[in-house]
Structure formats: structure tokens, C-alpha cells
Write a new protein. Structure first.
Length: 677
């Protein structure tokens, strides 16, 4: 289908950290597909942008003592440098923190509002009293209410897989300050996703829009009913203020996909293109989104519904892919397999990874594995040992014996035709994103070319008298077969193929249905096109990735970690401390309180008297474990009357609670009655 009009996007990388090789699965897959479309002669634009809004961006900037604008500018520069060196050829790379995105986000919101798809209501959220900000679920951490696992997020447990609300967490704390969240009311704005049930059922089941496994998963979600989607956040928040709601900001997931439109609008303004031709309701252009399978919900439900409700076109298709594992496991920082794009680039040719991912990718959503042994073997065998080897085996004879000029006639027209005639098969595999199958077809041709050279043995022909014409024909045939292979590999290996085109002295190759034989054609001296992967390079990447954990040269790469402990209390004066009478106490007797789940009744000797203290440490200690040991007691705490008796002080302990409670003890030599100063 010639002269198609295609707009392609990849998911927007978040601007709070570096690009890593897991990200590159998506961008390289997309880039290969786009390069193929352009090589076929189609009008194809590839746009992307940094996703720059949200609480994590605001917090990271605050951590580094810079403005969010400074942070996203710095990270955006790094992202684009990494993409450029990996050959990811965007037609436009922009930022969601742009005037185009602000205008389009406001337009879409206003259209949705005016059509009755936006409502507001008061909700109760966790609020950080120290940072004075509302906390999203991911910024509240605590113990799972189902299995008790510690340090879990407010929306779900990574240990047992349970989902819940932040209010159900045990021992909940703010991941930002460590303070205990308090409930607080706020007005929020919602997108009425349920209004689009019928539209989404039709769109998600229309052939070609989604991969079958994605469509099936969405059917489960739709069957369960769609809820209103909270699209607002309270100040402080780094993002766009909602036009008719001062102090309220668009949730990052509302304006992030609109960033696709904004980046294309920026390109249109720079090049004089027609934005509406690609985005209006009746557009005949094709629109494709490449995304990870973890963000299907946003892209295949929220995004088409938003576009439809705002009178824009829906995507032609959404292509989801799986995750990357390394040596069969999730990328691991401790093992050195959480590898940034920059660490890889410091040691290896980026086209190695482009080819390896292509050799593993299919049209499905299965995870792919980067096995370093397999990686080295494939690159060394396929690219160096097969493809490049054809050129190196033949070029020397053409240079030395025939003045760098190919023979006039094709010595093996049937073999050449076999190579050319498979072009539509390979093109269909590229079109349907079956890259691994395409690479197998191409390498099968490379094997056939090498078998031809092995059979003809040009190194022996060169030694025999009267064999010059045959030698010329064999080596010219080998280089013509090499030329066909580079045509097929061009979407995957643009740098290698550009160098091959210079060597062959030909113009940039399109994807022609008929590839003509280069007869009586001058070529240039051959230069090595690719070297082998050496084991020490792999080792260096792993070691450097481990080292990055211990010393990070760039602050933007430091991960934002939840604070482990409660925030330090407000400053007091020495006189305030002097009011506390802390005494060494000996626990004479410890008893369980049957009527209380958490309390032990302690009889303590504080020197000149004994007292009764009720302590909430039953979950951590058995009574017999405490009797006879020294501890610290706040002796001048006002007595508290409880239904179990009178408590005359407080035993000091540390820990978050539950079984993690640790009664404090003095060093050897201390005796009951001593005051702590």
C-alpha cells in the first residue's frame, strides 16, 4: 500500500531518571518499524516526548535543590543523547511541559466537561502533616493488612498480591516525610469513564485495534464495570492547573498521552504540516501507539474514551510488548544487570542490541530475555560471521584483481532472483512486527550466500590460471547478495548499512520490489563494518552497573527512596528535656493482661519504690523474657487510670509496632534508680 500517512508514538519516558535497556525494547521496536515504513516510501512520522509532570518530579527537584523546570531540562537532554546514539530517529522529541500540551489538555478537558463527562465531589485522602500535601496511594507505605508484609505501597501488596485502600494499611507512614498520614477532605474532579462503556466494548473488540491477548484482558475489565477516573490533584503539584479549578492540577496520566498530540503539533508548527489531517474524527491517516503491557489500561481504555469524548479520532491500533529480563531474571541492581543505556554505550556498539532485540521480538506481549552468552553468540555468528563476512571474503579480490569494479554480468541469476523474490515475505514480517521471524529469514539467506562462496572457493580460483573471469563473477555475485541482505537489514542496522552503502558506492536503499544487479559497477575500498563482542566488554558493563549503585555521578540518577523512619520532631530546648525524669528500672514481675491484646502488666523497681506500668509490648515479648532485666522508664509521667488498673509511668521502647518492638536497656553497671541525663 504506497503512500500511506502514518503517525507513530512510543510511550513517554518519565523525566526523573535515565533510560535503561528495559526501556529500549520499546523504542528500538518502534524505530525499526518506522524505519521500515519510511524505506517502503510511506509518509511516516515518529514523535515522542519526556513525561515531565507529577509528584515524583517535584520531589526529586526539591531533593536536588533545583526547580522542576531545571530538572526536566537536564534529564531531557540526557534522554535525547541516549536515544540518538542508539539510532532512535524521532521526527520530533518534545516535553509534556509545553505550551502545546497545556493548550490541548485544556481543550480536551473543556470539551469533556461541556459534554457532561466531568463531575466533581469531595473525597478523603491521606495528608502529610509535615510536607503539607496530599498523598497518592504510592506515597503511603506500611504493613499489608492481609499478609502483614512490611514496607508495602498504599494500593497493593507486592508480596501477596492483595489490593486495598491506603486507609487499610497497618502502621502507615508517608513515604516522603515518614510522618503518619492524617485523613483530610478535598474536592476532586473525575472523568466519567462509564459513559463510554459501549464505545469501548466496540473499539476493544474490533479486529486490528489490539492484540488478541490484550483484547481478552480488557473484556474482563469491562465486564467488571468501569469506575470514574480521578483526573485532578491538589497543590503542591508540578503540572497544569485545571482551567476552571484554581489550585487543582491535571493528574499526570491525563496530560501525558495528550503529549503525543502536543509533540506532533510542535512538529506541524515547525514544518507547516496539517495537524487536523491526522487527528480529526474522520482522518484517513493511521495512528499507532507502541507501549509496554503495564500501561495498557490507560492507553486502551482511558485514552480512546478521552479522544472520543473530545471529538478526536481514536488510535488505529495499540501495540503492547512484554518486559525485558536479563539472564532469565528481572533486571537486578545487585547483580549488575540493571543497565542504563549510557553504561551500555560506554562499552558496546548500540547496533548489537538493536539486532539482538529484533531477533527476539514478536507481535505478542511475551517478555524477552537478554542472555549475555546468547547475545555474544548471535552477534558474533550472525552479524560478524555471516553478513559482514560475505563482504570481507569477496572485497579483497575485487580490489586487488579487478580495480574495485564489479563484473558486468550476473553469474548466478537464479540465486540472485531467490534473494530478491523473498522481499515481500520479509516486508510482511516487518509490517506485522514479527521481527524475530524476519531476522531468521535474512540469516537463512546469509547462510545461503556463504554456502555459495564456500562452494565456489574464490581463494582457490585466485591461484589458478585462466580463472579470473570466474573469480570476478563469484566475488561480484557475493557482494550483490550482500547488498540485498543490507537492504533487508536496514531498518535494524542503519549505521552498518550506511557504511555498507558507502562501500558499495550506491545511493541510500529503498525497499524496492525489484532489486537490480550491480553490474560493471565501481565500489570503494572495504573497511571493517563490525567487530566481535568480546567477553571483557560484557564483564565491564556488569561491573559498572554495580558500581553505579555505590557512587552516582549524576544526581538525576539517584532513586527517590521512601524514608524509613518518622520525621524528627520539632526542636526543643535543654530545659524541656530536663523536665523528663528518665530512670533506670528493674522489671521485677511481668504478667499478661487477659482482657487486652497488646498490654503486659509490669512491676518495676525504680530505686526507692516500685511501680506498676502497663506497656503495649505483648506482641513482641513473653512475660518471662522480661523479668529481671533493666530498662528505662519515664518516671514523672502523670499516672493514667485504665480499666485494668493504674499505670504509673512509661517503659521506653523503639520500633514501628507489632512484633518489631524493642525495649531499651542500659549498659552494664547501671542500677535501678539512676537518672538518665
Amino acid at each position: 500500500m504506497p503512500n500511506r500517512k502514518i503517525l507513530v508514538t512510543s510511550a513517554l519516558p518519565y523525566a526523573n531518571g535515565p533510560i535503561h535497556i528495559g526501556h529500549l525494547v520499546e523504542y528500538l521496536q518502534t524505530d525499526i518499524w518506522v524505519r521500515f515504513q519510511k524505506q517502503r516510501g510511506n509518509l511516516c512520522y515518529y514523535v515522542c516526548a519526556d513525561d515531565t509532570h507529577g509528584t515524583p518530579i517535584m520531589l526529586r527537584a526539591d531533593l536536588e535543590g533545583i526547580s522542576p523546570e531545571q530538572l526536566i531540562a537536564h534529564v531531557g537532554k540526557d534522554h535525547q543523547a541516549d536515544f540518538n546514539e542508539f539510532g532512535v530517529a524521532f521526527d520530533n522529541y518534545h516535553s509534556t511541559h509545553s505550551q502545546e500540551n497545556k493548550a490541548l489538555s485544556s481543550l480536551i478537558y473543556e470539551r469533556l466537561r461541556d459534554a457532561g463527562h466531568i463531575t466533581s465531589r469531595t473525597i478523603t485522602q491521606g495528608y502529610d502533616p509535615v510536607k503539607k500535601m496530599f498523598l497518592s496511594d504510592r506515597f503511603i507505605k506500611g504493613d499489608c493488612p492481609k499478609c502483614g508484609a512490611a514496607d508495602q505501597y498504599g494500593d497493593g501488596c507486592e508480596v501477596c498480591g492483595s489490593t486495598y485502600s491506603p486507609t487499610e494499611l497497618k502502621n502507615a507512614v508517608s513515604a516522603i516525610s515518614g510522618a503518619k498520614p492524617v485523613p483530610k477532605d478535598s474536592v476532586h474532579y473525575f472523568f466519567n469513564l462509564e459513559n463510554f462503556n459501549d464505545m469501548l466494548r466496540e473499539w476493544t473488540t474490533t479486529a486490528g485495534h489490539l492484540q488478541p491477548e490484550v483484547s481478552n484482558k480488557l473484556a474482563e475489565w469491562l465486564a467488571g464495570g468501569l469506575n470514574q477516573w480521578d483526573i485532578s490533584r491538589d497543590a503542591p503539584y508540578f503540572g497544569f492547573e485545571i482551567p476552571d479549578a484554581p489550585g487543582k492540577y491535571f493528574y499526570v496520566w491525563l496530560d501525558a498521552p495528550i503529549g503525543y498530540m502536543a509533540s506532533f503539533k510542535n512538529l506541524c508548527d515547525k514544518q507547516g504540516l496539517d495537524f487536523d489531517e491526522f487527528w480529526r474524527k474522520d482522518s484517513d491517516a493511521e495512528l499507532y501507539h507502541f507501549i509496554g503491557k503495564d500501561i495498557i489500561y490507560f492507553h486502551a481504555l482511558f485514552w480512546p474514551a478521552m479522544l472520543s469524548g473530545a471529538d478526536f479520532r481514536a488510535p488505529s491500533a495499540i501495540f503492547a510488548h512484554g518486559f525485558l529480563t536479563v539472564n532469565g531474571e528481572k533486571m537486578s541492581k545487585s547483580r549488575g544487570t540493571f543497565i542504563t543505556a549510557r553504561t551500555y554505550l560506554n562499552h558496546l556498539n548500540p547496533e548489537y542490541l538493536r539486532y539482538y532485540f529484533a531477533a527476539k521480538l514478536s507481535a505478542g506481549i511475551d517478555d524477552i530475555d537478554l542472555n549475555f552468552d546468547d547475545f555474544s553468540q548471535r552477534v558474533n555468528s550472525d552479524l560478524v560471521g555471516k553478513v559482514v563476512n560475505i563482504a570481507s571474503r569477496c572485497s579483497g579480490f575485487i580490489s586487488k584483481r579487478f580495480a574495485n569494479r564489479l563484473s558486468e554480468n550476473c553469474s548466478e541469476p537464479e540465486l540472485f532472483a531467490d534473494f530478491v523474490n523473498v522481499n515481500e515475505t520479509i516486508a510482511e514480517l516487518y509490517e506485522t512486527r514479527e521481527f524475530a521471524k524476519a531476522m531468521r529469514e535474512i540469516m537463512a539467506l546469509a547462510d545461503k550466500a556463504n554456502a555459495y562462496i564456500d562452494d565456489k572457493k574464490p581463494w582457490l580460483l585466485a591461484k589458478e590460471d585462466g580463472k579470473d573471469q570466474e573469480l570476478h563473477g563469484v566475488c561480484s555475485m557475493g557482494l550483490n547478495l550482500f547488498r540485498v541482505l543490507t537492504t533487508y537489514l536496514k531498518p535494524v542496522l542503519p549505521v552498518l548499512v550506511k557504511e555498507a552503502e558507502q562501500f558499495l558506492n550506491i545511493a541510500p536503499q529503498s525497499w524496492a520490489n525489484e532489486i537490480l544487479f550491480l553490474g560493471d559497477h565501481p565500489i570503494n575500498d572495504f573497511q571493517p563494518l563490525m567487530t566481535r563482542v568480546e567477553p571483557d566488554k560484557i564483564t565491564a558493563i556488569i561491573e559498572d552497573s554495580k558500581e553505579n549503585l555505590e557512587k552516582t555521578s549524576n544526581n538525576t540518577n539517584v532513586e527517590l527512596k521512601a524514608k524509613k523512619f518518622e520525621a524528627i520532631a520539632d526542636t526543643i530546648q535543654i530545659d524541656d528535656f530536663a523536665k523528663l525524669d528518665l530512670r533506670i528500672a528493674k522489671i521485677i514481675k511481668a504478667e499478661s493482661v487477659p482482657e487486652a491484646d497488646k498490654l503486659l502488666k509490669l512491676t518495676v523497681d525504680i530505686g526507692d519504690e516500685t511501680r506498676t506500668v502497663f506497656a503495649g509490648i505483648k506482641s513482641a515479648y513473653k512475660p518471662e523474657e522480661l523479668e529481671g532485666r533493666l530498662t528505662l522508664v519515664l518516671a514523672n509521667l502523670a499516672p493514667r487510670k485504665m480499666r485494668f488498673g493504674l499505670s504509673e509511668g512509661m517503659v521506653l521502647a523503639a520500633g514501628p509496632g507489632g512484633t518489631d518492638i524493642f525495649v531499651l536497656s542500659p549498659d552494664d553497671g547501671a542500677v535501678a534508680g539512676m537518672r538518665v541525663k
